[in-house]
Design a protein around this ligand. Structure first.
Ligand code: NAP
Length: 266
């Protein structure tokens, strides 16, 4: 079996480092380079705290793609740079697997069109944890019976975007099956702005940021005399890696953009 040649952008980061370690363990994957905004020309093994792997660090992703000719880019950076990396990858015929969160609807539309035009697979997954995908699917099922729902997403305090990609995606999935409605009292007023959280199609999303947390979410459904809570916890970043592995394998077999791991998990 031909090895899948992979570049990781953001390899010094918490997710990127786990991805590098996972790729090293998989026989049919080969890490060919990493992209960083520092350490140009160094070897990964020369950077303190990173695994002893002899691949080159590039600060210019186009040069990286030209020199290493990878099959797949795994991007785990920031939304500002992740959206640029994704476009450059598609331009170079490299299939992006993007875990970076915070892409806008316009980004997704543009990347969808680029992937279609280039006939290249691309996967953007706001959450690679299989348990989180099931939480979203179960929430979508429950929303058929419980129209009143609030989402509480809880993350570490280094997270840049709010609400989380998973919180937003959960709201999007729920809104495909429930009637759009304003929740709470029709005349409710916030005495402190933001008290009721963000809203997506009438669904309230509350974002908690605290040190010590990784990625957690509760979806609360209220009905007459009852409440259903669906909760998922990622306790460490390894929880995301089976999803990254599955996405790398899948992106090699598709020729469109898939947004959300739920679309590749049966
Ligand atoms: P992180 O630890 O801050 O890592 C981000 C890395 O990207 C850092 O090493 C950062 O370097 C680097 N970076 C910044 N600008 C860059 C550039 N121009 N080129 C190359 N690298 C650059 O963050 P994280 O916790 O790993 O999360 C990374 C992304 O994944 C975030 O968007 C997060 O929301 C998302 N995430 C997704 C999932 C999922 O399942 N899909 C799960 C967790 C997190 P510096 O530190 O020097 O700035």
């Amino acid at each position: 079996m031909e090895k899948v040649k992979i570049v990781v952008a953001g390899a010094r980061g918490r997710m990127g480092l786990e991805a590098v370690k996972m790729i090293e363990k998989v026989d049919h994957f080969e890490l060919v380079a990493v992209v960083d905004h520092k350490n140009n020309g160094m070897k990964l093994s020369e950077i303190e705290g990173l695994p002893n792997i002899d691949v080159k660090v590039y600060t210019d992703i186009s040069v990286c793609f030209n020199e290493t000719q990878p099959d797949v880019l795994v991007d785990l950076t920031t939304p500002e740079i992740g959206r640029v990396h994704t476009r450059i990858a598609l331009e170079h015929g490299v299939r992006p697997v993007v875990g970076t969160t915070g892409f806008s609807k316009e980004d997704l539309q543009e990347i969808t069109e680029m992937a279609e035009h280039k006939k290249l697979g691309a996967i953007i997954a706001p959450n690679f944890a299989v348990g989180a995908i099931l939480m979203m699917k179960f929430s979508q099922m429950a929303a058929k019976y419980f129209g009143d729902v609030e989402i509480i997403e809880l993350h570490h305090d280094k997270k840049l975007d709010a609400p989380s990609g998973t919180g937003l995606k959960t709201a999007e999935l729920i809104s495909t099956v429930r009637e759009s409605k304003k929740q709470g009292h029709p005349d409710e007023k916030e005495t402190i702005a933001g008290a009721r959280g963000a809203t997506y199609d009438g669904i309230h999303i509350h974002s908690v940021r605290l040190p010590g947390l990784v990625a957690h979410q509760e979806v609360l459904f209220g009905g007459e005399g009852q409440m259903l809570t669906i909760r998922h916890d990622s306790f460490n970043r390894e929880s995301f890696m089976s999803g990254v592995k599955l996405s790398i394998e899948t992106v090699m077999k598709i020729d469109v953009l898939v947004y959300g791991l739920e679309n590749i998990i049966e």
